[in-house]
Design a protein around this ligand. Structure first.
Ligand code: UGA
Length: 359
């Protein structure tokens, strides 16, 4: 395949930075846009790479020309942290819907292929959460195993404004589908299931932002402050190592025989399901055994309510398991990393990036 000229929007984040490294390693030319390049430090000098510092809300900028010149547009622009959905729902909507729609419409206008990052959040809650008392085996994984083209999408009420993110992403997906039908947009939608690995988020002490659970737990381990389980930590996630994820994304970039044209793909590791309570215990054990100073003061693990932790309007996806039949059959992809190993690897990165234990 001849090298592509790829425009990656939102390339400076966790997924974008790993994907950019892979694209460059494979010989493609990458133009990357973002508001910051901290996570791209190791590729900034690459001769096939150009970083453009740009805030997508600023429309006084030649984005259209950049899209026109690209062979492929990869849109990773998103606010994807639950704390923000609760604190700044309008910003979340404006970025995740309005701005992404503008990009999609430019791809329609210039008939450029678009890879759009969406979210497993579009599936919302499991059947168990909404009608578990009517199910024979409420905890059977089938009730929370989500397939791209057949599963219904279940959201909470409007006053639980956490769902604004999931709704924005869902609406964007529906508009891309409509553009595919009516105006021949060639898109591929990716729904990531809890990717994890080096460079995910940041530690809460570093900014006033709201990172994901891994970073909160790392901060607690390093400070000795309690690890907080939101609503008891019963909720479950399937963690997917970033290298596995990038392998699948890269196969989507290559799009052999057009198998990804106008398709949605779950990318996730169904075998890696773990409750947040189990995650807290596993991370604490790994920390004690492999990373802590001698005689560490390990944090206690406590429960807090969702409102206490995030504020009013929080609700949660209870359980989500990806059905990855499509990625397996169309792309020959299979995730390889197990939970213990991906946590050890990600924790090792954090311990080197933030070496100073405060405990
Ligand atoms: C987030 C985003 O909303 C998704 O769009 C994205 O796809 C997903 O991350 C991802 O990484 O793929 P979520 O899984 O809810 O979704 O992210 P976390 O903030 O890591 O929360 C996971 C669970 O841990 C939630 O049940 C949350 O309530 C809980 N939590 C979080 C704690 O129990 N303690 C904490 O300190 C933080």
């Amino acid at each position: 395949m001849k090298p592509l000229h790829i425009l990656t929007l939102g390339a400076g984040g966790f997924i974008g930075s790993h994907l950019t490294s892979r694209l460059l390693r494979e010989g493609h030319r990458v133009i990357a846009l973002d508001t910051h390049a901290d996570k791209l430090a190791d590729v900034l000098d690459h001769r096939q790479f150009t970083f453009v510092e740009h805030d997508i809300f600023n429309h006084d900028f030649p984005l259209e020309q950049m899209i026109e010149e690209a062979d492929l547009v990869v849109d990773l622009i998103a606010h994807a942290n639950p704390g923000l959905y609760v604190r700044q729902p309008l910003d979340v909507f404006r970025l995740n819907f309005n701005e992404n729609l503008r990009i999609a419409e430019l791809c329609v206008k210039h008939q450029r292929r678009l890879i759009q990052f969406s979210s497993c959040e579009v599936y919302g809650k499991s059947l168990t959460a909404v009608c578990g008392d009517q199910l024979k085996e409420p905890h059977h994984p089938a009730h929370a195993t989500f397939a791209e083209d057949t599963t219904d999408l279940i959201m909470g009420p409007v006053e639980k404004h956490r769902w604004i993110y999931a709704c924005a992403k869902q609406l964007l997906e529906r508009v891309l589908h409509a553009h595919g039908l009516e105006r021949k947009l060639n898109y591929t939608i990716i729904r990531p299931f809890n990717f994890i690995g080096p460079k995910i988020d940041y530690l809460p002490r570093d900014t006033d932002g709201v990172p994901r659970v891994f970073s909160y737990f790392m901060e607690a381990l390093q400070t000795g402050e309690p690890m907080k389980l939101v609503n008891g930590g019963d909720h479950q996630r399937c963690y997917t190592y970033i290298d596995d994820a990038v392998e699948c994304i890269y196969r989507i970039v290559l799009n052999p025989d057009g198998v990804c044209d106008r398709q949605i793909f779950n990318i996730g590791s169904p075998a890696n399901e773990i409750s947040i309570r189990e995650l807290a215990h596993l991370m604490r054990d790994l920390y004690r055994d492999e990373f802590a100073p001698a005689n560490p003061q390990l944090p206690e693990i406590i429960s807090v309510t969702g409102e206490e932790f995030y504020g009013e309007g929080y609700e949660d996806s209870d359980r989500r398991i990806p059905d990855i039949t499509k990625a397996r059959t169309l792309l020959g992809w299979e995730p390889t990393w197990v939970v213990r190993d991906l946590l050890r690897e990600t924790m090792a990165y954090y311990m080197s990036a933030y070496p100073k234990s405060l405990a």
